[in-house]
Design a protein around this ligand. Structure first.
Ligand SMILES: *Cc1c(COP(=O)(O)O)cnc(C)c1O
Length: 471
């Protein structure tokens, strides 16, 4: 299996190179040269497998011989096992909970940071470790987070010998729980930086560091944020798990995905390319509705970021959308380059009628403001007894609004544990959900973080001063 850049001019790479590279040299994102495909018969054989076995089976074609089958299975077993410190503390790993005759929640918060990013990042940390040890290399991981990516990346990377991790987050724009999950990790290779700016500023700084090739090479820069191909790959697994549990290949399901950077819903798109029968992908947007406006108008157009009750979706640039765009342009990297250049210089690009028709066949979208989030959390609690977090509420509401033929099952992704956003949940229900036991002492732990301006030079010198690669 080889990987190609969405902008057409980066070199084709093997899995281990793509894992470490993150972004392509031409500024594009890596995608597999072709999709591995599972037939209906293949899917029947996968139904009912334990999650770690399903994961290894689905991931095997993507690693394309760079990791042998036994090692891959061992890594999947370690990642999705029930280690009390770092594992997934539910035997089903990604269990389904039924809300009504056809609406289901897929709980993706049983990992160490109680949000869905653990499902990909716990695997990624182990894959990095394995590949770096094999090569005898050391790297510096940098990432921008609007909340959950940071803590999940830190948990995945802490205490690993061959890498340091620097995580940038917008000062004051992540929840107390999210911040503490990042700043209280007392590992020597973990560095958190509060940036005076927005999440998009953080993301722009990370991109700028990657585009500075002398710094990139000196630091051995690598990314674990949602542009990293291996995260997409790992996220396809729970879509298959849910689809198989609800009747694939003989019954289609729809998925409703609260969306920010477009990584999670793009993984669902990847699962479809791999043969999972899916009726529709429903995109849930909060007030930062660039994607919702795009699916209604065909114009991708940025506007200012507005803070909401679902901070992990407070984004106006959905990086992973570029991967879908590549396919909508029939994998013509030059067309993607033109759109991205126009987006960079004017804040806007348009898609043609035929591309939009193709996108609309697979995707639909709905948005929800903060009042709607509160009303949805309250309504679901009153009607079903389930407590959901504000991000999950965006997806659940989109699922309820979407025009999906009855009785097609709709799986709404529960992307974070409600205790990660206790203020919003309390406003909606009148009580504060409690943290699961493994995080019960979070507010007693000591915090440690740098505070820096949104300035590339200041950031680079901070990394030079603290990174072990520079020692
Ligand atoms: C990251 C995150 C999202 C958005 O996912 P994307 O892959 O960026 O679209 C939604 N909800 C929660 C809780 C998240 O952590």
């Amino acid at each position: 299996m080889r990987y190609i850049s969405t902008r057409g001019t980066g070199p084709a790479l093997s899995f281990d190179d793509v894992l470490l590279a993150g972004l392509a040299r031409d500024g594009g994102l890596y995608v597999p040269e072709e999709w591995p495909f599972l037939t209906a018969q293949d899917l029947r054989e996968l139904a009912g497998l334990p999650y770690p076995r399903l994961a290894a089976r689905l991931i095997r074609p993507f690693v394309g011989g760079t990791i042998d089958d036994d090692t891959l299975q061992r890594i999947a077993d370690e990642t999705y096992g029930d280690d009390p410190d770092r594992g997934f503390l539910h035997q089903a790993v990604a269990p389904l909970v039924q809300l009504d005759h056809r609406l289901w929640l897929m709980e993706l918060f049983h990992g160490p940071t109680i949000a869905f990013k653990d499902y990909a990042l716990q695997l990624l940390g182990r894959l990095f470790d394995h590949v770096l040890a094999q090569r005898g290399e050391k790297i510096t991981i940098v990432g921008a987070t609007s909340g959950d990516t940071g803590s999940a990346a830190i948990e995945a990377c802490r205490d690993r010998d061959n890498l340091d991790i620097f995580i940038l987050y917008p000062e004051g724009r992540v929840s107390d729980v999210q911040r503490r999950q990042m700043t209280t990790v007392a590992s020597e290779n973990v560095h958190t930086i509060a940036v005076k700016g927005s999440f998009d500023d953080c993301q722009a700084l990370v991109k700028a560091m990657f585009n500075d090739s002398s710094f990139r090479d000196a630091a051995g820069l690598s990314a674990v944020n949602s542009i990293n191909w291996a995260r997409i790959m790992a996220q396809t697994v729970y879509y298959f798990a849910a689809g198989l549990a609800l009747g694939a290949p003989d019954r289609r399901v729809a998925f409703s995905v609260p969306t920010g950077n477009f990584g999670n819903v793009y993984a669902a798109y990847a699962a479809i390319q791999m043969g999972l029968p899916v009726e529709k992908l429903i995109i849930g947007s909060n007030t930062n509705d660039i994607l919702d406006r795009f699916f209604r108008s065909g114009a991708m157009e940025t506007s200012a970021v507005v803070p909401t009750l679902s901070p992990s979706m407070d984004i106006q640039v959905s990086s992973n959308f570029e991967r879908l765009l590549f396919d909508l342009h029939d994998r013509d990297g030059a067309k993607v380059r033109d759109d991205m250049e126009s987006f960079r210089s004017t804040g806007r690009f348009n898609l043609g009628r035929s591309q939009m028709e193709r996108a609309e066949r697979l995707f639909t979208s709905h948005k929800l403001d903060d009042d709607g989030i509160i009303a949805t959390i309250r309504g679901i609690h009153e009607r079903t007894g389930q407590v959901i977090d504000p991000h999950t509420a965006v997806g659940v509401n989109a699922a309820m609004q979407a025009d999906i033929p009855d009785p097609t099952p709709i799986v709404a992704l529960a992307c974070a544990h409600p205790a990660k956003f206790p203020d919003a949940v309390e406003r909606a229900t009148g009580f504060r959900p409690s943290l699961p036991p493994r995080l019960a002492d979070l507010f007693d732990r000591e915090e440690r973080s740098a505070v820096l301006p949104a300035d590339l030079a200041v950031l680079q010198s901070h990394i030079k001063q603290h990174g072990r690669v520079f020692a």
